[in-house]
Structure formats: C-alpha cells, structure tokens
Ligand binder design. Structure first.
Ligand SMILES: NC(=O)c1ccc[n+]([C@@H]2O[C@H](COP(=O)([O-])OP(=O)(O)OC[C@H]3O[C@@H](n4cnc5c(N)ncnc54)[C@H](OP(=O)(O)O)[C@@H]3O)[C@@H](O)[C@H]2O)c1
Length: 246
C-alpha cells in the first residue's frame, strides 16, 4: 500500500473559473495539485513555472477515457497517490430543448456526467489502495434541483451527478472515502457569460441574500468539506446560492 507524504488533489478543469480558483487555493494551502483542460493558457504556464513541484497540468479532453487513464497513472507516478478529487469541468449549451442539437446533448452528457463518473472510478481505485482517507467533491448546480428554461440537458447531467454522489457515498464509506456535492447558484465565469444582464438582475432580486455567488462563497464550502470539520459529512449536496431556491 502507498503512503502519501503530501496531500494530492486532482481538479478537473483547473484552467479558469471556479476550477482555477480551487487550484490557487489548494496550492496556497500546500497541496500538490494535478489538473487538466483541453487548452493551455497564461494561468497554466504561470503556475507551471512558479510551482514546478506542486502543480501539474495535462492537456486532456474529459471525453477521452484512454487519455484519462494515462493522466491518472502519471499523477500517481509524479505525486505518489490521490487524496482529493474535485469534479469541476463542465459545459453548458443554453437553449430551448426543441432546438438543442444532438451534438450538444452528447457533449453535455459526456463532459458533465460520464466523464466525472469515469474519472472518479479511476481515482477511487487509487484511493482504495492507500492507507489515507479520501474525498470526492462533485460540482453540481442549482439546476439539479430547480427547473430553469434553456438548461434541461445541463440540469439533467447535474441531477445525475448528485444521484451519483449519494449512492457512491454509500459504497465508499467503508474505505473512508467521502463523497459530496457542492451546488452553486450563478457566479461569473465563461460558462455563465451568456446569462443576460436582465436575468442576472432578476436572479439577484430573487435571492434572499441579494446577490449572486462569488467564487469565495463556493471555496469556503469546499475548504470546510475537505477539512477535519467536514470529516463526518458524506453523501450530501450542499447548496451555495444565497437562498435562491429555498
Ligand atoms: N458559472 C456558474 O454560474 C455556475 C453555476 C453553477 C454551477 N457551476 C458549475 O461550476 C463548475 C465550474 O464552472 P465555471 O463556471 O468555472 O466554468 P468555466 O469557466 O467554463 O470552466 C470550465 C473548465 O472546464 C474545462 N473543460 C470544459 N470542457 C472540458 C472537457 N471536455 N475536457 C476537459 N476539461 C474541460 C475548461 O477548460 P477547456 O475549455 O480548456 O477544456 C475549464 O477549465 C462547473 O461544473 C459548472 O457546471 C457553474
């Protein structure tokens, strides 16, 4: 069995948005972080130069299971194991269901649901062999719980991810691997850039706390879940939306 000397995290989609913020936070806290995305950018090259022993990026499309398996093996060789997986990558093609293309449907299901399931399978196989505890955090969405026009397939993938969270937690408890979802409301990123100003205002107005989410709201919950304070929490979907869907 492996013993890992430093905490090792895999964060899918760590090149921008929430994934980037999670990578930055974990690196600051001393974690070794492996992440992937389809495209490299300035953030990736900056972190590769600044944290050569702590940060590892791989060019990978989550739809490619063969490459996923190569990536996981390379993380284990480089960092010695895996303690935390954050399933963060996702795509959103907004539009009414009747006009959603078959390609867009496939892409959302493959990237938002099948990809995370396959990535999780590869990671828990590594975690199960270690003597340490493990944690899996799935990034869901309020669309998993409440219906919003124009996001039927995206919402279905996120609801699927929450179901995966609950049932997997039941199996993984014996191995001391906790599985939870974080369920954010709207926050600013490339994924949400097509939400109109009018809709943003509406969302802020309908939110009891009067604004949409900031990255730090979500990071705080992630920190809690992976800290000793969250050590008896598994199988949960924690909504971080300022009360929007309450
Ligand atoms: N933004 C919101 O309002 C909001 C609200 C609720 C929940 N969420 C959830 O929060 C998470 C992060 O979203 P975000 O807003 O930060 O999104 P984002 O800014 O669009 O970032 C998505 C990340 O995923 C990567 N990615 C996309 N497709 C991929 C693929 N096929 N293979 C590998 N990586 C891929 C992207 O890199 P590449 O494009 O280079 O591959 C990028 O790094 C998602 O799960 C999203 O559903 C977002």
């Amino acid at each position: 069995m492996n013993m890992i000397s430093a905490q090792v995290a895999i964060v899918s989609g760590g090149s921008r948005g929430l994934g980037k913020a999670i990578v930055e936070k974990l690196i600051l806290e001393g974690w070794k972080v492996a992440t992937f995305s389809r495209h490299e950018n300035g953030f990736i090259s900056q972190y590769q130069n600044k944290y050569p022993d702590q940060f590892y990026w791989y060019e990978l499309d989550l739809k490619d299971p063969r490459e996923l398996s190569i990536f996981i093996k390379s993380v284990v060789v480089r960092f010695g194991g895996i303690n935390l997986l954050v399933n963060n990558s996702a795509v959103l093609y907004q539009g009414l269901f009747l006009s959603t293309s078959l390609e867009a449907i496939d892409e959302m299901v493959l990237v938002n649901l099948l990809g995370p399931i396959k990535l999780t399978r590869a990671c828990v196989r590594v975690m199960a062999k270690q003597k340490t505890s493990g944690s899996i955090i799935n990034i869901s969405s309020v669309g998993a719980i409440r219906g919003y026009r124009g996001t039927a397939v995206y919402s279905a993938t996120k609801a699927g991810l929450d179901g995966f969270t609950r049932s997997l937690a039941g199996e993984m408890g014996k191995l001391n691997i906790r599985v939870n979802s974080i369920v954010p409301g709207l926050f600013d990123s490339k994924l949400s850039e097509n939400v109109s100003d009018i809709n943003r205002e509406k969302i802020a107005k309908r939110t009891p706390l009067g604004r949409y989410a900031e990255l730090k709201d979500i990071l705080n919950v992630l920190s809690f879940l992976i800290s000793p304070h969250g050590s008896f929490i598994t199988g949960q979907s924690i909504v971080v939306d300022g009360g929007l869907i309450c």
